[in-house]
Design a protein around this ligand. Structure first.
Ligand code: ZN
Length: 307
């Protein structure tokens, strides 16, 4: 099939996935996960976060991990940063790209990054300007854009207001994150439209969690609204240590199946992704939420059982 529209799947299992796992994976195994994801076709990966090791002990090895990653011109390693200190560490460690969350509600921003939302907006301005000088791609993520675990419903006008402010420094990308998995597809379509009204020049990415089993439907709503980049984690591992009851990201496995069967191209090898899920289940010592590793690809290779 020629000219299938491309959807970029940004792999976030090494950061958003692993940071909520009880098991802290050794640095070598994190590097192995990233190398396997690259072999499966992943070209943008959120590899770690540069935050205080006391707050997120799972990411304390950020610098050591960066040293173990394959040097690839065709792969972009993304580091998550919350402030200038994190930015400086990320650049020194050699990331290709940074992403900075700005939580749209003050209570959650305070819990996640220790300051009110406006302070993070100000920090983002300084970081975005610095990134331009350093030649580092810089994206900003509006977290809890569809609802907050502490403040409840989030008005789309509030998201619009913050989007308008953060795009003033022309980020390479603006992401909308349903950090706690409360969104439904109709809201996704509406919020994307609302944000486009104030940020029309900025490419959009979406980040969904499957907490209430609406994650894949939300991802497809975003695709239908024209979004061409989606975050996902292999096996659907993940959550947020600062958001009660948040569960995993949408599974890369299931998302890739949905997109390929719907006529989109992702550049990913689904059978390889499924095998990585099986490996992750082994090293994490628990089953993973993704359905494809259980059901198998269709048609074609079956993940387990006789061929
Ligand atoms: Zn997340």
């Amino acid at each position: 099939m020629l000219n299938r529209p491309h959807i970029e799947v940004v792999e976030v299992s090494p950061r958003d996935g692993l940071q909520s796992e009880a098991e802290v994976l050794p640095t070598e195994q994190k590097a192995a996960l990233i190398a396997r994801a690259i072999d499966a076709g992943v070209r943008r990966i959120e590899v770690t976060s540069f935050v205080h090791p006391k707050r997120v002990p799972q990411m304390a090895d950020a610098e050591a991990l960066m040293k173990l990653l394959p040097q690839r011109e065709d792969v972009s390693y993304i580091g998550l940063v919350l402030n200038q200190r994190g930015y400086d560490r990320a650049v020194a460690a050699g990331v290709d790209e940074i992403t900075m969350p700005v939580v749209v509600t003050d209570t959650y921003n305070q819990r996640n990054q220790g300051v009110p939302t406006q302070q993070s907006v100000d920090d983002w301005f300084a970081i975005a300007e610095q990134a331009k000088r350093d030649g580092i791609r810089a994206g900003v993520t509006l977290s809890a854009a569809f609802g907050c675990p502490f403040e409840g419903e989030v008005a789309p006008t509030r998201v619009q207001d913050i989007a308008r402010r953060v795009v003033a420094v022309e980020p390479d990308e603006l992401a909308l994150a349903d950090s706690i998995g409360v969104a439904a597809p109709a809201e996704v379509s509406r919020l994307i439209e609302a944000v486009r009204d104030v940020a029309s020049g900025t490419p959009l990415r979406c980040h969904f969690h499957n907490t209430r089993n609406t994650g894949l439907a939300n991802a497809f709503a975003a695709v239908e609204a024209g979004v061409r980049a989606l975050d996902a984690s292999i096996g659907g591992i993940g959550g947020c240590p600062f958001a009660p009851a948040a569960t995993g990201n949408i599974p890369t496995d299931d998302l890739v199946y949905l997109l390929h069967r719907s006529g989109f191209d992702t550049g990913l090898d689904l059978d390889q992704i499924i095998r990585i899920s099986g490996w992750l289940a082994d090293v994490l010592h628990h089953d993973v939420p993704a359905m494809l590793p259980k059901a198998g690809n269709f048609p074609g290779e079956v993940a387990s059982g006789p061929h």
